[in-house]
Design a protein around this ligand. Sequence first.
Ligand code: SF4
Length: 376
Amino acid sequence: MDIESLMKKNLSRRDCLELFENEDDFFDIMKAADELRRDIVGDTVTYIINGNINYTNICTCGCRFCAFARAASSPDAYFMTPDQVAEKALRFRRAGATEICLMGGRNPKTDTYYQAELVRKIKAAAEPEGGILIHGFSPQDILTGAENAGLDVRSAIMILKEAGLSTMPGVAAEILVDDIRKELCPGKVSVSEWEDIIRTAHRCGVKTTSTIMYGHIESNEDRAEHLWRLRKIQEETGGFTEFILLPFLPENTEFIRTGRVKGAASGLTDMKMTAVSRLFFKDTIRNIQVPWVKLGVKFAQTCLKCGGNDFSGSMMEDDISVAAGASYGTFMTRSMYEDAIRQIGRIPQERNTFYEPVTGKIRIARTTCGRHDFSE
Ligand code: SF4
């Protein structure tokens, strides 16, 4: 394999598939991705202190990989009021969070106006504490909110933007292949709906992340198709801030109970996904995030040597990953991040949602979030 050309060439879908299938040159591929990462973003590894709030667990989508959703009649179903969400966001802000991540599900009682109220209340609560950025509502949440409010997607996004929404998480992408989605998440947005909502957000001036959930029933062809679709959107809009690798966590899911999936992806697959993503996106999507909540700190460090350059967020609470069996914890202090990054010879930099360096007063943490002690 010509490693030099991998670093320079604009890879096609076929090239991408060949890289996924290539086992003989595994370590050469890792090395090429790491060198390319250094050329594109240098040795800095970014991280973000954020707080995740899942405002409801009531969802009718029925995704087969999900261990989080509940029926409205379930005894542990919940649906938070805007005041409850704002109170939790304020605790996270006081603990040092610079971003609140908001995600829900297809709850028939949520609509765009409720979502906008969440945003307004959080902004108002955090304002005296130096303010906060809101990264909220997946394309599925946007569609659910718009449909329940009788709005089109563009109007819904504009209402949320005017309320103070900064960016949107590009989750619910899973694998952008409809045949896979039919089995994986039959009640969720289709490929064209996901892409249309993301393009609309970008055109409205709302940047988003991009994601892949891998290691379940998808093939290498599906992975290549997914990356190719994301790159095409980015070439058109430039609206993706980063690409996030989300390994499927099988524990407690229907897939594992029925034997459809035997277990999580191997560490080698995690490394390969990171490296191929870097080689495929090059500087089109400059930031490749390796989420330590799903991989663990040690393996996230490994993936940072395979093309990754972002250590992801503290989350403080990540009920979706925990429900699916994530067991690495959901928070890290700044010094934990910085030690972990220096340990692999790289330079830590706290960032905000827009990948701007976080400095000054906004960094100050003055209390705990109620569940964890963030004092350093
Ligand atoms: S993954 Fe999200 S959309 Fe799917 S069932 Fe779970 S909460 Fe609902």
